[in-house]
Design a binder for this molecule. Structure first.
Ligand SMILES: [Zn+2]
Length: 447
């Protein structure tokens, strides 16, 4: 207490003991409590509940009815501060809103689990992680779920292709020598094999090409990069397979045949174009907003910091009246919420409440989270956040010209520092003042 007193006299920011309270754990006996209270000079007991945060889960009830694992999950869900009817949420999208794409994907997975067993689920899931355009991801998903429309598959579905073929329904149109399965079309057919012979994959070493399409997917997804001398083989393979499939379609539907070198050149070209398109859009989408696009001062920069392995999340706010002039700042640690995006929204709500409480007239908020901006613009599209968005809507009525602007991450260092440093605290705490809390002053960020 002497140190805090000296600090208070030196900084001019003294602790108001009448407005402070101490929170004790359940096991602290009454005599120890009163001793501590008299030593510290604070007489009130209670938690440091801040603005708005008056409702929470009733822990004894949870402990009575749920497993500890479920309790921590339940407690990470923010409680609605106003009374709202229950709503249904869709758990297979980030926003909580149903999309046909996510429903279709789930239905296919549920069906396929029964048909092919659990290992294929991982193969199919990996298709969506490939760094290729979505139509090629979908192509790989079709391979993994054995729904690529090769002739054997069409015959199995009962689709007659007499218009396409001369004789047998399922005989490969390129070699006329075998039934066209997926594996035959992409790897086994002599025409495909000639392309593979000229490709950077070392044939017959380690068994490539394999008899099973699943072994091929396993190789492409997980083993190619470690088992091959060619450094970017894993990145090139999907493009080669896609190119072979396009060549197969040209032959079947138009009767055109390309040379193996042309097929490989096509793959390399497609890959190059995709990479150029990606860097072009990254350049234009990620370019920082100019100063004119940012709102007028004062501005309040907010950030949330969330990590799955840490029980607390950190919130940060830095409100400034000029480039480097601090008006108000805040750092808070609280129980970890469901997702990083929840933490971002909670940081914004807490900042809005704190500014109101401190009487700071600031209408411009800034975040480095694009999804937060989208959420505030179209709250109905984000039902997974509806509880928090209700709180936001209530607070927003006190901000007649509220704006939320996206800024680059590197401009948000102060709010990020306040949030990140608070995440590792060992208990819930909240700090709002014109100078930074001790725990955030050793990270090299100046306020
Ligand atoms: Zn063939």
């Amino acid at each position: 207490m002497d140190i805090i007193g000296s600090y208070g006299r030196a900084s001019g920011q003294e602790v108001n003991l009448d407005k402070s309270s101490i929170m004790f754990g359940k096991k602290v006996p009454a005599d120890v409590r009163s001793q501590l209270k008299s030593v510290i000079g604070i007489s009130k007991e209670g938690c440091m509940g801040s603005y708005l945060d008056t409702k929470d889960w009733h822990l004894p009830t949870l402990e009575e009815f749920f497993d500890p694992e479920d309790i921590s999950l339940i407690r990470s869900m923010p409680v609605c501060k106003t009374s709202q009817p229950d709503r249904l949420l869709w758990h297979f999208t980030k926003s909580g809103k149903y999309s046909v794409k996510s429903g279709y994907r789930l239905a296919r997975e549920l069906l396929a689990d029964v048909e092919y067993g659990p290992t294929c689920v991982a193969l199919r899931a990996q298709s969506w992680k490939l760094d290729v355009p979505s139509r090629i991801q979908h192509f790989f998903w079709q391979i993994g779920s054995v729904t690529l429309p090769v002739l054997e598959q069409l015959a199995f579905w009962g689709v007659r292709c007499d218009a396409l073929c001369k004789g047998c329904d399922a005989l490969c149109k390129r070699c006329d020598a075998a039934v066209e399965t997926i594996n035959h079309a992409l790897f086994g057919c002599p025409r495909s094999r000639r392309t593979w012979e000229m490709s950077p994959v070392a044939l017959d070493q380690g068994g490539f090409p394999y008899d099973s399409i699943y072994a091929h997917l396993d190789f492409i997804f997980w083993r190619a990069s470690s088992q091959s001398e060619v450094p970017d083989l894993a990145i090139r393979l999907p493009w080669i397979i896609w190119s072979i499939w396009k060549d197969r379609n040209k032959k079947v539907f138009q009767g055109i045949e390309l040379e193996p070198t042309e097929i490989l050149n096509q793959a390399a070209n497609d890959k190059l174009l995709w990479e150029e398109a990606k860097s072009y859009s990254a350049h234009y989408l990620e370019s920082p907003p100019s100063m004119e696009e940012r709102g007028p001062f004062p501005r309040c920069l907010v950030d949330g910091s969330w990590k799955f392995t840490v029980p607390f999340q950190g919130l940060g706010l830095w409100c400034c009246s000029g480039e480097d002039i601090t008006l108000l700042l805040g750092a808070r640690s609280q129980r970890r919420s469901l997702t990083p995006l929840h933490a971002e929204l909670q940081a914004l709500i807490w900042a809005m409440a704190s500014l109101l409480e401190a009487g700071v007239g600031c209408q411009t908020f800034e975040t480095d989270c694009a999804e937060l901006v989208a959420m505030v613009q179209t709250p109905d599209d984000w039902p997974a956040f509806s509880n928090l968005l209700e709180d936001f809507a209530l607070l927003r009525t006190s901000y007649p010209s509220f704006t939320l602007v996206r800024i680059p991450r590197e401009v948000n260092v102060r709010a990020d520092c306040l949030a990140r440093s608070s995440r590792s605290l060992i208990s819930e705490s909240s700090f709002v003042n014109s100078f930074p809390p001790v725990w955030s002053t050793n990270l090299g960020v100046l306020f």
